[in-house]
Write a protein that binds this ligand. Structure first.
Ligand code: HEM
Length: 208
């Protein structure tokens, strides 16, 4: 029987997501030897590691920022607004740790909170990373503070992204929508009913 499909992410959103994932993986792989001195026993040239780490960090926000500009970013801008918009019911749901009833939107409150924490901590990592690199431009107290915040932030962001990956792997339909762009209306009925009923014309439907 044909299942009606709904577009959840357009091509640009998927490309930005996977590029960000790639750059984040590069940041983590280069951060390990910078912090521990070796990558699982392999000693790598520190200067090259630092360059790859630094430029992966500087490149990190570029795909996202570019995706917001221009006519191509219509759906990305709409989704960013959705992620940033909180209803009273969503806050109550989060406060009750999911016990309150909720008619979820396209993104549930857990996803919204994760997105806000990832965006703010990556901004902090970028700013402190730039201070670590161009340290001579800043007073000593800023450099010391940045080293501490960058090191502690690294643990936090790795924990946040690990949580995000675990949730993705345990919700296969949500994960595959980040590959194919689509979800079934049956999935949306259970997981995102408010979005399903939103007739503002943000996405098309197609029998598959
Ligand atoms: C977002 C942009 C980022 C920039 C511009 C940046 C930049 C830097 C720079 C310049 C250093 C100093 C390298 C050295 O000591 O030679 C550094 C170190 C480090 N970064 Fe980043 N970084 C960023 C993001 C991240 C992220 C996401 C993580 C999380 C895994 C991370 C984890 C680390 C760690 C663990 C160190 C080693 C600190 C130490 O030696 O105590 N960085 N980063």
């Amino acid at each position: 029987m044909a299942t009606t499909q709904r577009v959840r992410f357009d091509v640009l959103e998927r490309v930005v997501h996977w590029l960000s994932a790639l750059l984040f993986a590069l940041l983590v792989v280069t951060a390990i030897p910078l912090y521990f001195g070796s990558l699982f026993g392999a000693r790598l040239p520190r200067f090259s590691l630092e360059q790859v780490h630094l430029w992966a960090g500087i490149a990190f926000p570029v795909p996202f920022v570019l995706s917001l500009l221009g006519p191509w970013g219509r759906q990305m801008r709409r989704d960013v607004r959705r992620v940033n918009y909180w209803t009273r019911e969503e806050i109550a749901w989060l406060r009750s740790l999911g016990r309150e009833p909720l008619e979820a939107d396209k993104f549930n409150p857990g996803q919204k909170l994760n997105a806000a924490l990832v965006a703010s901590s990556m901004t902090v990592m970028l700013v402190t990373g730039l201070i670590l690199k161009w340290f001579s431009l800043f007073p000593l107290s800023w450099r010391e503070g940045s080293t501490l915040v960058h090191d502690l932030g690294a643990w936090l962001i790795v924990a946040l992204i690990t949580g995000h990956v675990v949730m993705g792997l345990s919700h296969r339909d949500a994960l595959s929508s980040m590959v194919t762009g689509r979800v079934s209306e049956r999935w949306a009925e259970t997981n995102a009913p408010r979005w399903l009923r939103d007739k503002t014309g943000e996405s098309d439907s197609q029998g598959a």
